[in-house]
Design a protein around this ligand. Structure first.
Ligand code: NDP
Length: 401
């Protein structure tokens, strides 16, 4: 039984907290803390009414490492689950080092003033985590997260060598708005408006935003336009999947989303540098976030499915082999269970599973690690029982041709 502190109270947090409460035989005490305490109280009320489980709430500024250390001491937490924003990763990792408790997050560090994300500064804390005798688990969402585990499962159980991986992320949900993002608008728009990048034959190849497009037939969803993006799990998978010749990431976007994004970009609304407006300094993308629907409010309106998975080609017993391993998730079912849509659900459930495997001592190392550096089967088994079942189909080997 472990005492857990969850930080952040958006859509992902809601799902992760509900799911932790559903696993109360593992989490003896849960404290949910965030910048706006009323959001924590609302989630706590939902959990009390639905599950009869009592959780504690608190106000915290996650950028203030000392305040987080104080809160950890006050609550007696043994694990911290960070489902705030990527900007808070380093301050929360430092709080865990000081308080000597395990750390889990779902997205890699981004500096608020730089539209760039990488693991460098989180990996640099490896020695400090080792010295403190604690585990830092990075990227325990869906992508990164489950996609890393799918690759690790393939490496550990299905292939002798892996040569090609395409990660394919489809959200075919419809929320009825002309334009909205399914998770934090700032983080989402920074990611998709950046240059694309993939890894081939030992080097990174950069593309213009949305330059590479393909049509992909997603099982249970249908054919969708899918665009090559740089995505953070590529950085760690290139290190940890041996023998790789190429890895790419694709995400689906509808034409309306792309047209809106291009227009917002053209008029400067995606800017991250402060500008003056009538004597007041504003950051355009932050102002845009204020105008757009809160992703947490999309839950009740969103219909349809997500399908996220990996196509993997390599060699098994001397033979060429290709598999597709994926999960399909229904927005309305997710909302019924947790009050959040499938993008939050597919992130929050793996956040809980990673935390649970640490709490039970099943994933047990000291230092900072990515998801594919652990035994994948225990995570895959949990996915099947916690709401994200997966399928594997064999395919004609064609990746890389
Ligand atoms: P939201 O914006 O809905 O929620 C973020 C929460 O963090 C809000 O409650 C916010 O507080 C809180 N917060 C922000 N800054 C601070 C701070 N300084 N101190 C305390 N609390 C703070 O985001 P999502 O729930 O959509 O996303 C959460 C995380 O999940 C993000 O890091 C995102 O990148 C990641 N993610 C990962 C995915 C994956 O598959 N790996 C997919 C989708 C998201 P307030 O309510 O006051 O604004």
């Amino acid at each position: 039984m472990k005492n857990l502190l969850i930080i952040g109270a958006g859509g992902v947090s809601r799902v992760a907290t509900v799911k932790c409460a559903m696993n109360s035989e593992v989490f003896s005490k849960i404290t949910l803390a965030s910048r706006t305490k009323s959001k924590c109280d609302e989630i706590a009320k939902f959990i009390k009414e639905r599950l009869g489980v009592e959780i504690q709430t608190a106000q915290i500024d996650a950028d203030d490492t000392d305040a987080v250390v104080e809160l950890i001491k006050k609550t007696g937490a043994q694990i911290l689950l960070n489902v705030a924003l990527p900007y808070q990763d380093l301050s929360l990792m430092d709080a865990c080092i000081k308080a000597k408790i395990h750390y889990v997050d779902t997205a890699n560090y981004e500096h608020p003033d730089l539209a760039k994300f990488e693991y460098k500064e989180q990996w640099a804390r490896n020695e400090k985590f080792k010295e403190a005798g604690i585990l830092g688990l990075l990227g325990s969402g869906f992508d990164p997260g489950v996609t890393n585990v799918f690759c690790a499962y393939a490496q550990q159980n299905l292939f002798d060598e892996i040569h090609y991986i395409d990660i394919l992320d489809c959200n075919a949900g419809d929320h009825g708005y002309a334009f909205a993002t399914n998770f934090n608008p700032e983080i989402n728009l920074r990611e998709v408006s950046a240059n694309g990048r993939y890894w081939e034959n030992g080097k990174w190849i950069e593309t213009k935003p949305m330059e590479i497009k393909m049509e992909w037939d997603y099982p249970e969803v249908g054919v969708k336009d899918s665009y090559l993006l740089y995505h953070e799990e590529l950085e760690s998978l290139v290190k940890n999947i041996k023998g790789l010749k190429r890895i790419r990431f694709f995400m689906t976007f509808g034409q309306s989303y792309l047209t809106h994004m291009k227009c917002l970009e053209n008029v400067g609304m995606l800017g991250i540098k402060p500008i003056m407006h009538k004597g007041v300094e504003i950051i355009p993308i932050e102002f845009l976030k204020t105008l757009l629907p809160d992703p947490a409010s999309l839950g009740s309106r969103t219909k349809g499915y997500t399908n996220i998975g990996c196509v993997i080609r390599g060699i098994k017993d001397g033979k060429d082999k290709q598999i597709y391993i994926y999960n399909v998730c229904n927005h309305e079912e997710c909302f019924k269970e947790t009050g959040a849509q499938a993008v939050s659900y597919t992130t929050g459930v793996p956040a809980m599973i990673g935390t649970k495997l640490i709490a039970k001592g099943i994933w047990n190392k000291q230092g900072v690690f990515n998801m594919e550096e652990f035994d994948a089967k225990s995570f895959m088994d949990e996915l099947n029982t916690q709401g994200l079942p997966w399928k594997i189909i064999e395919m004609e080997p064609n990746l890389g041709k």
